[in-house]
Design a protein around this ligand. Structure first.
Ligand SMILES: Nc1ncnc2c1ncn2[C@@H]1O[C@H](COP(=O)(O)OP(=O)(O)O)[C@@H](O)[C@H]1O
Ligand SMILES: [Mg+2]
Length: 262
């Protein structure tokens, strides 16, 4: 049995003019226990919409989302969600943010040593008492990851968590995510529009195309871990994904010119 099964999912939303838009159309894929899967596609292709359906924040108009064969109907602590930014409570310190979930499940006497371990794991020692606005974007995202992972989610949903960071910090957080995945074997679904990030981290890459949001292809990454970002094999596989994404827009152009020729 797959950990996650997404079957024939459709999402229909109403745009600003009151028109119905098929944001996601006929989405089908499975994710296995401990797998690392990326969803990649241009802005607006429905990645966040799909992740919200998997988390249970929204329900699809058609099709089903199942985790361990059970229909997802609402958010659940067993599914962690890290946003591009704003995952942390601005009024709490880094330490309190990391402990937020534990305070809910364990109460006042939550496991403080566990919090210390995650602070260390994420390299946040010395910043425990700082507030989110006082630390770098990279540190804030490490804290957001720690806050989710400390709860041992069976599925961690990452929505462009590196999207707002500079290239160096991005590579750094990618390595943190890689290490956490290796150590905990948490099943992860990463939304990104960064091909390098998807190729560096994932075992499979789900390539999406927009209007309506659809899956173009699901590609298995043949590269062994740990991956070398500059190796020939890396660049070659990167190009495979690039071509799939480019071909999507080329398709569109061909169709457009055919339309014009009519
Ligand atoms: N609540 C909403 N109401 C109407 N349209 C929406 C809503 N949320 C998203 N959309 C539209 O759905 C499409 C996909 O959005 P989104 O899932 O955010 O894409 P991505 O995360 O891939 O950039 C976009 O065209 C967006 O305008
Ligand atoms: Mg998005």
């Amino acid at each position: 049995m797959s950990l996650l099964e997404v079957n024939n999912v459709n999402r229909v939303l109403t745009d600003n003019n009151g028109a119905q838009v098929n944001v996601l159309q006929n989405i089908n894929f499975d994710v296995q226990q401990s797998e690392f899967v990326s969803l990649i596609g241009p802005s607006g292709c429905g990645k966040t919409t799909l992740l919200r359906l998997i988390s249970g924040l929204d329900r699809p108009e058609g099709g089903t989302v199942k985790v361990k064969d059970e229909l997802v109907t609402k958010p659940d602590a067993s599914r962690g969600y890290v946003f591009q930014h704003g995952s942390l409570f601005p009024w709490e310190t880094i330490r309190d943010n990391i402990a937020a979930g534990l305070r809910v499940t364990q109460g006042r006497h939550f496991d403080k040593q566990l919090v210390d371990r995650y602070i260390a794991l994420m390299g946040l020692q010395g910043f425990e008492s700082a507030f989110p606005h006082q630390v770098s974007g990279g540190m804030a995202q490490r804290a957001a990851l720690a806050r989710s992972i400390i709860m041992h989610p069976e599925l961690l949903l990452l929505d462009e968590p590196m999207g707002a960071l500079d290239a160096f910090t991005r590579a750094d957080i990618q390595n943190v995510i890689y290490r956490v995945w290796q150590q905990t074997k948490t099943t992860m679904i990463l939304v990104t529009h960064d091909i390098d990030e998807a190729v560096y981290l994932s075992q499979r890459i789900i390539v999406m195309t927009p209007r309506p949001g659809q899956i173009k292809q699901i590609v298995t990454n043949p590269l062994p871990y740990p991956r070398q970002r500059t190796s020939d094999d890396f660049l070659k596989f990167r190009q495979t994904i690039q071509d799939l994404l480019d071909f999507g827009s080329h398709d569109q152009l061909v169709t457009d010119s055919k339309e014009k020729a009519k």
